[in-house]
Design a protein around this ligand. Structure first.
Ligand code: ATP
Length: 242
């Protein structure tokens, strides 16, 4: 279970998130939706521990990740895969080395690195690119490479910030398919997106506006705790006029 308890994230006078509360069960597939600047990336960056909340608490299971020491943070991050603007591919390293990075940081043996990176590249359909530089790949391939790097550590939580942005339909469908496969295998997935319609296997949605989570409607029209209810795609489309 992931829980945000009264989480505020402020930059000076500006509040990127304002007393945000929600909970998401293990194994869920959640979309974070909302206009630009609504706070979607902030939620992912807090879960990746790139930021610390100004106030409030964030629990993963029973453990707080709100204010970890450097050592605790390094340990926690091994269980999290992140793809998005905050972590770029290394342009001067080949694709193999890019995917190997989290494993080498974690201190795995070179044999394990070899077998895990090969498996991760195969999983995203990029086995042939291991000696190429990221700049030699298409946009869609670069995203899949980022996903391979995010999941090579076998994380239990995958965070994806706009994973389909600027991709053609076929590449986007492939990226979505990969995230859905990981979820099917038990990984909790949270995606910030402006392209909700591309996703099929969604169990939870959080709609954000101005740093707040909007109240969620249940199928009978009553209010529910944010993040607690699951909805059919059809219901969501109807409720939000998509
Ligand atoms: N490091 C920062 N310093 C100052 N303000 C920030 C910082 N990070 C985010 N913000 C502000 O916090 C608010 C929420 O930003 P966030 O990136 O979470 O939005 P978003 O919903 O992901 O937007 P987008 O869809 O454009 O990516 C915005 O107003 C943004 O300008």
């Amino acid at each position: 279970m992931i829980q945000f308890k009264n989480v505020t994230l402020s930059f000076g006078e500006h509040h990127a998130l304002k007393r945000v509360n929600f909970q998401l069960p293990k194994g869920s597939f959640t979309l974070l939706e909302g206009h630009s600047g609504a706070g979607k990336s902030s939620i992912l960056r807090l879960l990746a521990t790139f930021e610390q909340p100004t106030s409030g608490d964030i629990l993963i299971g029973r453990s707080s990740i709100a204010r970890l020491s450097r050592r605790e943070r390094a340990h926690y991050r091994r269980s999290v895969g992140y793809t998005g603007g905050d972590v770029d591919l290394l342009e001067n390293r080949n694709c193999f080395d890019n995917v190997a990075l989290p494993l080498r940081i974690a201190g795995l043996s070179e044999d394990d690195v070899q077998s895990r990176v090969k498996a991760a590249l195969a999983r995203v359909g990029l086995s042939h690119t291991d000696r190429m530089l990221p700049s030699e790949l298409s946009g869609g391939q670069q995203l899949r490479l980022q996903i391979a790097r995010a999941v090579v550590n076998r994380p239990s939580l995958v965070l994806a910030d706009e994973p389909t942005a600027q991709l053609d339909d076929e590449s986007a469908a492939r990226v979505v398919g990969l995230l859905e496969e990981f979820n099917h295998a038990g990984v909790t997935v949270i995606v910030a997106t402006h392209e909700a319609a591309r996703f099929n296997r969604v169990t939870h949605r959080l709609r954000l506006a101005e740093g707040e989570v909007l109240p969620t409607l249940t199928e009978d029209g009553t209010r529910a705790e944010p993040g607690v209810q699951a909805f059919s795609q059809e219901f969501i489309n109807k409720a939000y006029g998509a």
